[in-house]
Design a protein around this ligand. Structure first.
Ligand SMILES: C[S@@+](CC[C@H](N)C(=O)[O-])C[C@H]1O[C@@H](n2cnc3c(N)ncnc32)[C@H](O)[C@@H]1O
Length: 267
């Protein structure tokens, strides 16, 4: 599906991967129509104060999956522009969810110029109800000035009538799931993480405006829910389609025994 055509909601959206720009496509979805959004945007990792990944050679990050970036997006915006863009995306997501809806927005805090860059500049003013810590497996720590970073954050941004599904609150707010390392996409979610989120709600439809390899769609399908997936990259949209038909299709061949590094957190 290509977003350039004028699309009708819901028939052109439900259970479809739409190749296009997240904001433009979301603008075609009516107010209050989707109860759940789960997403992980690009983290702007190539914009960096140090020598991190930005020069394209990667240095110490040469073995990180994201060193080559995404297929159709270079993840390197001036910081202020990036924040403005992400706030625009969040505003669209918030418009789309009804009064009992929620957004699970995954992000990573980084250290830039020696100082912690939390993502408050992106989420401030939005109704953040809780921060879930997604504890990943430990990585490699190159920097003697920092403890090894092992988590990402998931902001639960909810409208007033949002309630968790029965018993979901028993999970607590620290979730442990190892990162997905066998997927051909450079920054995929683990399926189990998205299944946990979807099962924590009673939503029938879940939207992911940065769908990548289609993990949110696969989790929705596994749980008999519906999905809407958007990604700017035709390559990833195709990958997601194939994955839904055959979940093993995204598994990459490991041709090296070098350990893949997590994308950079401090520089
Ligand atoms: C962190 S990845 C998402 C990975 C996904 N959660 C998964 O499990 O595979 C971010 C995605 O955003 C996409 N992207 C970048 N800019 C975009 C835009 N303006 N609109 C829609 N998608 C975009 C990239 O192509 C990339 O696949």
């Amino acid at each position: 599906m290509n977003s350039k055509e004028r699309m009708k909601y819901p028939e052109d959206f439900l259970n479809k991967f739409i190749c296009g720009n997240a904001v433009d496509v979301m603008k075609q979805i009516p107010d209050g129509s989707i109860e759940l959004v789960v997403t992980s945007p690009p983290y702007n990792l190539k914009n960096s104060t140090g020598n991190g990944m930005k020069d394209g050679r990667g240095g110490k990050w040469s073995n990180a999956a994201l060193i080559n970036g995404y297929s159709h997006y270079n993840d390197n915006m001036p910081h202020d522009e990036y924040v403005e863009w992400q706030r625009e995306c969040l505003a669209e997501m918030l418009r789309i969810i009804p009064e009992n809806g929620a957004i699970f927005y995954n992000h990573k805090w980084r250290v830039q110029a020696g100082l912690l860059q939390d993502r408050n500049d992106i989420v401030s003013g939005f109704p953040v109800r809780q921060i879930i810590i997604w504890r990943r497996k430990g990585g490699i720590n190159f920097n003697p000035g920092y403890f090894l970073p092992t988590y990402e954050v998931i902001y639960l941004i909810a409208k007033p009538n949002f309630k968790l599904a029965k018993k979901a609150n028993a999970h607590g707010d620290i979730w442990e799931f190892g990162q997905e390392s066998k997927n051909k996409h450079p920054a995929p979610f683990p399926v189990e993480l998205i299944e946990r989120i979807i099962l924590s709600t009673d939503a029938d439809v879940v939207l992911d405006p940065f769908m990548g390899s289609g993990t949110t769609a696969l989790a929705a399908k596994n749980l008999d829910r519906q999905f809407i997936g958007i990604d700017i990259s035709p390559e990833y949209c195709e990958m997601a389609e194939e994955r839904l038909a055959n979940p093993m299709s995204v598994i990459k061949q490991i041709t090296t025994n070098k350990k893949e590094k997590q994308a950079n957190l401090f520089d």
